[in-house]
Ligand binder design. Structure first.
Ligand SMILES: *[C@@H]1O[C@H](CO)[C@@H](O)[C@H](O)[C@H]1NC(C)=O
Ligand SMILES: *[C@@H]1O[C@H](CO)[C@@H](O)[C@H](O)[C@H]1NC(C)=O
Length: 434
């Protein structure tokens, strides 16, 4: 059954192609003594390699909260070379950024935009199967063509994160990896704890120990406003009534961010995304599976609140979100700590990134009908009380003032771009995932 969790951020991706090991070279042996010592040396060498690489293949890396257990391979000189080359800054005053969740929807677009303007970028993604991993693979291929390498691994893997910081002294971290989805939290609650809490803490632990400490921009969510009814949603409104475990873990993230800022001087900026949509989007989002179901002649569930109340979302086009993310990185001040202590107070910010014009979900469907030239089979249903809220509406004046954030794409224009992408992507022999 498909569900309409219409409001979140991208999930994380990841699979891995093994690099050919650079450890063994052809050797020439001229003396019989050398021949005699060859095999013992090879044996010791193999032992050595197994010992030092074991953190990347130990059971620590298999995570029971994922639907597919998986270990990741990383390390080695060829791997480090790829990491360095991808992270190389090519423009003057460029930054070097670790982007987590880089094979996700927002992660892919942000990584590509950073790379385009000459920043150094390394992606990190676990390529989990929360939604069709082949879409994440396609995004990865797209990024590879622009010169962005995505490391396959989990944000909860501290050995991997430390290794990345050892290889590249990142100036910034763009943390977009997360378990997304509002309803899925009832099916798999531990994956939210794993990614959005344990993973975040692990990442911040590594960042606070890094020298120099990076500045961190990360994805919170408009869902933190929960049952708040005051509109438009402003950053200062109460966010202590989450309506889903997803929202609760994002709210927890904001508090965890406060702690790491307060104790360790990490510069932290949280971005509350409002229903991001566009090309290469997430198949679990309503606009995406509505498109698929309309084309397949399947009925689509359209929720309404009590007394036929309209369910509306502040749909925000991906290009506008990307501009907001880059502006957040560019205005982030340096972290102020080192050696586990802060030297002076560091920057701590939270911004709404929305579009300021909520649209009824039924209007979204009408636009899709026109673009697809197919009539939708609408199934009006009562909004269940298990995660989704009735409406979202962002007050973006703070982001406007501090980031120069100004969304310019309306829903009609954005959906047209999405539909064009969708039709071309899925007509190339690729099947939309169930
Ligand atoms: C995260 O990783 C640590 C080891 O780095 C492990 O002990 C812990 O169980 C992991 N947490 C989750 C929720 O998977
Ligand atoms: C929007 O937020 C700003 C603070 O950033 C506040 O001053 C303003 O009153 C809010 N506007 C509305 C309409 O709530």
């Amino acid at each position: 059954m498909q569900m309409s969790h219409i409001d979140d951020i991208p999930s994380t991706p990841g699979k891995f192609k093994m690099e050919k090991s650079p450890y063994f070279h052809r050797l020439r042996w001229h003396t019989s003594l050398a021949k005699l010592t060859f095999w013992p040396i090879v044996f010791l060498g193999v032992l050595f390699i197994v010992f030092f690489r074991s953190p990347s293949s130990s059971p620590l890396h298999s995570d029971p909260s994922r639907r597919s257990l998986r270990t990741y391979n990383w390390g080695g000189s060829a791997w480090e070379k790829r990491v360095r080359s991808s992270a190389r800054v090519r423009s003057r005053n460029g930054i070097s950024v670790l982007v987590t969740g880089a094979a996700g929807f927002v992660g892919t677009h942000v990584s590509a935009a950073l790379k385009r303007r000459g920043d150094g970028v390394i992606g990190l993604d676990n390529f989990n199967d929360y939604y069709d991993p082949s879409l994440k693979r396609s995004r990865q291929a797209l990024l590879e063509r622009t010169g962005v390498f995505i490391v396959e691994g989990d944000i909860n893997d501290s050995a991997l994160l430390r290794k990345l910081f050892e290889v590249v002294p990142f100036t910034h971290v763009m943390h977009l990896a997360a378990q997304a989805g509002v309803r899925y939290a009832m099916e798999n609650p531990s994956s939210y704890v794993h990614s959005n809490i344990a993973g975040l803490v692990n990442l911040l632990e590594v960042c606070k120990s890094a020298n120099p400490q990076p500045a961190i921009v990360w994805a919170s969510s408009s869902s933190v406003y929960g049952l708040n009814t005051k509109v438009p949603f402003s950053e200062k409104d109460r966010t202590d009534q989450p309506a889903s475990l997803y929202a609760a873990t994002k709210k927890a993230g904001e508090e965890i961010a406060h702690t790491y800022n307060h104790i360790y001087g990490l510069s932290l900026t949280g971005l509350r995304f409002f229903t991001v949509y566009g090309p290469w989007g997430r198949p679990d989002m309503a606009y995406f599976f509505f498109t698929k179901d309309i084309l397949n002649g399947k009925s689509i569930p359209i929720f309404e609140a009590a007394n036929h109340g309209t369910v509306a979302r502040d749909f925000t086009y991906i290009d506008d979100i990307v501009k907001g993310c880059l502006a957040a990185l560019d205005t982030a001040e340096k972290s102020t700590g080192s050696g586990g202590k802060k030297k002076r107070p560091a920057q701590l910010r939270v911004f709404n990134l929305g579009n300021t014009s909520p649209m009824p979900v039924s209007d979204l469907v009408s636009i899709l009908e026109r673009l697809l030239k197919v009539k939708a089979n609408r199934n009006i249903m009562r909004l269940p009380r298990n995660g989704d809220v009735q409406f979202t509406h962002a007050n973006i004046s703070y982001a406007q003032r501090e980031l120069g954030y100004k969304p310019t794409t309306d829903l009609q224009t954005g959906l047209k771009k999405f539909v064009r992408w969708y039709l071309s992507y899925y007509s190339n022999g690729k099947k939309a995932a169930e």
